[in-house]
Structure formats: C-alpha cells, structure tokens
Design a protein around this ligand. Structure first.
Ligand code: PSU
Ligand code: MN
Length: 303
C-alpha cells in the first residue's frame, strides 16, 4: 500500500469485504460552505450514505497523510478551516511533504478514492471550464481527473459560473461519459436544467452501476459524471441565479481574484447575495447526491 495513504479502520474492513463505499470531498466543507453549517452537513451527509447501506469516506490531507475516512475531530478541523488549504492534484506532494492541512477538491478526492479502491464519490458540483476561459485558460483540474481516474462522480452538474457548454465539450473530447439520473438534461446545480443535454438518461441506479461496471471491464480508463438534478422543491430560478452569478464574477474581476481562489470567492459571494437561500439548496442537493451515490454503490456490489 502507498505509504502515505491512511485508510480508516472501518473503510479498510469495508474494502476487504467488498462492501459499498462512497467517497466525500472536503473542499466543499472548507471552502464551499460556512461554519458551522458545514459541520452539521459533514455528519448528516455521512448518515445519509449509511441509511442507504453504504459506508462514507470523507477525504483530506492531514499530518502528511492522504486520509480516507475522517474522525469527527478531523471533520471539525476541515469545517473550521483555519489554515486549511485547497488542494488540487498539483498541490498534493507539497501538502504531504510539509504536513500542511489540505482540503481535497473533486480532482484530489478522486485521486485518493482510486488509491484506496473506492469507485463512487458524491459531491455538490464539479469544477469545469470557466466563463472567459478562452483568455484566462481557467479550466478545473477536475476535468483531467475525470478523464484519467477510475471513479464515478455523482453530482448536480455544474454551476453556471462555469461555461457549461464548453465544460461538456471538454468532457466529450476527453472521453468522459456524462450520464443523467432520470433526466435528459444536464443540471446546472441550483437548477434542474442547464439548456444542455446528458449523453444518456439512466432510468435507475442499477443502470448507472452497470454502465460503470461495463466501462471498467472494457478497460476504458477514467471515470464518469453521473448527473443528478436538485430536488424540484429546492430548485432556484435560473435567470435569478444567473444574475447573481454574473454579479459575483464582476466583483471577482474588480477584486483581482485569479487562479484557485476564483471558485471559493464566487461560492461565498453567491451565498451572500442570496442571503443563504442558495446555501439551503446547496445542502439539499448534496444530500440527494449522497443518497443516489450510495444506492449506485450498493447496486454495483450486486453485479
Ligand atoms: N463547485 C461547487 N462547490 C464546490 C466546488 C465546486 O459548486 O465546493 C469545489 C470542488 O471541490 C471542486 C473545486 O473540485 O471547487 C473546483 O475548484 P477549481 O475551479 O479551482 O478547480
Ligand atoms: Mn481554476
């Protein structure tokens, strides 16, 4: 085993017994949601995975180790987010070598999940091609990871702070399947529709599990995006959210925000502008994704 990998005992047992496991990321906690709401979320999302018969494995980099499965104490560290960095693939060795605490993004959570042998991962939304990427070249490392790492990511699509059309083009070029869960539409995080379609509408969790099993048995490398729209009762208005997002992007430009600070800055401003309404939606869609991911992981173990 990788000497830097620290797998919690419960996860290790689950792996040995071929039990369903769902990885969960920590950047959503440290840089995507405010404290203390994120602390309640971090526990509840794990409970939901358990309710569906799977084992949750939140990931982070702590004390020079790639941690898969966190204790409540470790979850609290990630949620308080004091001196907790945002770690994408390029940052992993630096954080491990220096012992800094790092929150894992979609890209690094996939990395850690694959190292541990976990196939499914639930989050809110993936990173992608940012609006204006033709000049900034700001394209999330999440997309490369999806192309190369064998983990399926169950999410509510992507926020329209990204260029969703270009994000889907990029995924197509990289050979990443985009599967909808009971939907023809690729969802836009707060909204059930983005104006773009998924590649295939899987009518249930078993079908999604079978597609992943087949992909990997075929020897095709990489993962997949499994898109699960926000429950209708928590959906927000597309045009209203778009206006909020545009305001946040303008503000980021004015403040000279660049690089890895961009996404956390936009997320925090979107939350402020909607006075927390968007936070409720964010929490609910992530719970919904965790539930579906657990069901898919359970179906996968039956194949
Ligand atoms: N999008 C969200 N919420 C999030 C993120 C993205 O709606 O919390 C986080 C995820 O961890 C994702 C990361 O992997 O931001 C992408 O950052 P960047 O755009 O810098 O690659
Ligand atoms: Mn970026």
């Amino acid at each position: 085993m990788n000497k830097y990998l620290s797998i919690a005992p419960e996860i290790r047992e689950a792996l040995a017994a071929d039990k369903p496991i769902v990885a969960l990321e920590s950047t959503i906690l440290s840089h995507g949601m405010p404290y203390p709401e994120n602390l309640e979320f971090s526990h509840k999302v794990e409970e939901i995975v358990r309710e569906e018969g799977a084992i949750p494995a939140t990931t982070a980099i702590i004390d020079g180790k790639l941690c898969v499965g966190l204790t409540s104490e470790q979850l609290k560290i990630m949620c308080k987010a004091e001196n907790v960095g945002k770690v994408s693939r390029r940052d992993v060795a630096t954080y491990v070598a220096t012992g800094m605490v790092g929150a894992t993004t979609v890209a690094t959570t996939m990395m850690l999940a694959e190292l541990a042998g976990i196939r499914f991962f639930a989050t809110g939304g993936i990173g992608g091609v940012h609006r204006g990427a033709e000049t900034t070249m700001d394209i999330s490392a999440d997309l490369q990871e999806l192309a190369n790492t064998q983990v399926a990511v169950i999410c509510a699509g992507a926020k329209s702070l990204l260029d969703i059309g270009l994000t889907l083009e990029y995924l197509e070029t990289m050979g990443v399947p985009v599967i909808g869960l009971e939907t023809d539409d690729f969802p836009a995080f707060y909204c059930r529709k983005s104006g773009f379609e998924v590649d295939f509408n899987a009518s249930n969790e078993a079908t999604a599990a079978k597609i992943m099993k087949t992909k990997w048995e075929l020897g095709l490398k990489g993962g997949a995006v499994i898109a699960n729209p926000i429950p209708a009762e928590y959906e927000l208005d597309f045009d209203e959210m778009n206006a909020v997002i545009e305001r946040a992007i303008e503000s980021a430009k004015k403040d000279g925000i660049r690089g890895k600070a961009t996404t956390p800055y936009l997320l925090a401003h979107i939350k402020d502008y909607t006075e927390g309404v968007s936070l409720t939606s964010n929490l609910q869609l992530a719970y919904h994704n965790a539930r579906k991911a657990a069901r898919i992981a359970v179906e996968y173990t039956k194949l």
